[in-house]
Design a protein around this ligand. Structure first.
Ligand SMILES: [Zn+2]
Length: 459
């Protein structure tokens, strides 16, 4: 295919260029005024941006939560990803307590078979593991790990485990990603709220204050510094947490940070509204000024990536809660947390380009290049250089897309952006040269997506 007349934006900057994809599913040529070959499909990209396929490094396409479960799976979630311009995702596998990590990985691999776009896996440990567990994962291309500092009942690990996994990962070139919130203090605040009869949705945010996020970020930073390892904070949601990230970076700690569109566009006021339960996610939505600071962090480079933490629930499941009560959840601690986002990430970050908060180059860096580099997918992913996978998004900066659930493809009946319209949406999306979405509709096939074994980057 020859993509002609567009404006290419990638690591080499923003310029007019044609892009040719080859029969091997890779970028064959990038240059000016390329001539069409015999029988070659020519796409006119005049007035469109031509950018690398999006790389979403934080998804939950399989996530059981008590009596309910996240509502997308690898078939529906990757189709939605394709429509929105994401052609690679990295899903969090969880090895629950007592479960062997490689068994968890095998189970997730089987679930991922219907994927329509490419995918990799991170491994979540929920208890102490030996260095062998880390080595086994790296050998299989699972080069990043996740540890929770929250949810003591199910997922949280102690600082001893964090230090041990940081050390093991560093020896194998892997990267540890961390959910940074002080789980024990949050538990105390939740118990206190319930004891005082404060059970409503807003207590979800009140019991997870930003300072408990910032404190956990600082703790990770000092552990990484002492061990001499890199670390990556997932879903940074608040200004104090961002300040802690920045402080660590400025003293030379290899600390990276991710944020998500919901923390840029939505605020805690939503929790008090009629549909408040639909906006429960963790960390919680914050007051609007935190979002302003996060945009500034994206433009300044303190925040490296934008991923989604995609984890949707249906209205029925949200109402029933994690205990599956027919009459609905009894208090805020039973509301399943997580938001849909895999389809809308590129558009929501592009809003920042339109508003002049970030450049188009920043947008590509945050949504494709940096996640690919950080997680060992570069240069096959996140790049339009010759030889890279032909994961290409033809982005129409003027195309308008309603962001209500009925107009989108994620398997959920509520969109956090209900009633709003984005300007800027993919017209055509390629994954390894194959069209996977066209004009806002899925055009790929289940099973086209391939597992990508990722490289250990942090040797
Ligand atoms: Zn997550």
């Amino acid at each position: 295919m020859l993509i002609r007349g567009g404006t290419v934006v990638d690591v080499d900057g923003e310029r007019a260029a044609d892009v040719r994809t080859g029969p091997d599913g890779r970028i064959a040529e990038v240059g000016l005024a390329l001539a069409a070959g015999q029988g070659e499909e020519v796409v006119d990209a005049t007035s469109w941006l031509v950018v690398p396929g999006g790389v979403d490094v934080h998804t939950h396409l399989h996530l059981p939560l008590g009596a309910v479960a996240a509502s997308d799976d690898f078939a529906t979630g990757t189709a939605a990803a394709a429509v929105g311009g994401t052609t690679t995702l990295v899903e969090y596998v969880t090895a629950y307590r007592g479960e062997r990590p490689l068994d968890a990985l095998a189970a997730w691999s089987a679930r991922a078979e219907p994927a329509a776009v490419d995918y990799g896996f991170h491994m979540t440990f929920t208890e102490a593991v030996g260095e062998g567990a880390v080595a086994d994962c790296v050998e299989r291309g699972v080069t990043s790990f996740k540890l929770y500092m929250a949810y003591p009942d199910t997922l949280q690990v102690g600082d001893d485990v964090i230090v041990a996994v940081l050390r093991a990962a560093a020896r194998h070139g892997g990267l540890v990603t961390v959910h940074a919130e002080n789980g024990w203090e949050i538990e105390a605040l939740r118990r206190q709220a319930l004891a005082e009869g404060r059970t409503g949705v807003v207590e979800h945010a009140n019991t997870r204050p930003a300072r408990l996020e910032a404190g956990a970020v600082s703790r990770v930073a000092s552990m990484a510094e002492r061990v001499g390892a890199a670390a990556y904070i997932v879903h940074v949601s608040s200004a104090p947490a961002l300040a802690a990230v920045r402080e660590a970076q400025e003293r030379g700690v290899a600390l990276m940070a991710e944020t998500c569109p919901q923390y840029l566009h939505l605020d805690a006021g939503r929790l008090a509204g009629e549909d408040g339960e639909q906006f429960v996610c963790t960390p919680p939505l914050r007051d609007p000024w935190h979002g302003e600071e996060l945009w500034h962090g994206l433009a300044s480079g303190w925040v490296h990536t934008v991923a989604t933490d995609h984890c949707p629930f249906t209205r029925v499941d949200r109402r029933r809660g994690v205990r599956g009560r027919e009459g609905g959840w009894a208090d805020f601690t039973e509301i399943p947390g997580g938001l849909p986002g895999i389809e809308t990430r590129l558009a929501l970050v592009y809003e920042g380009v339109r508003a002049g908060r970030i450049t188009a180059g920043d947008w590509v860096r945050l949504c494709a290049e940096a996640p690919a580099r950080t997680f060992g997918l570069w240069p096959a992913k996140g790049s339009l250089q010759v030889g890279a996978d032909a994961d290409v998004v033809l982005w129409d900066p003027e195309r308008r897309q309603d962001l209500d659930a009925a107009s989108l493809h994620m398997r959920t009946d509520h969109s956090p952006y209900e009633g709003t319209t984005a300007t800027g949406w993919p017209s055509l999306v390629l994954c390894r040269g194959r069209v996977v979405a066209r004009d806002g509709a899925f055009a790929g096939e289940a099973g086209w997506g391939r597992y990508v074994a990722r490289q250990p980057v942090f040797r």
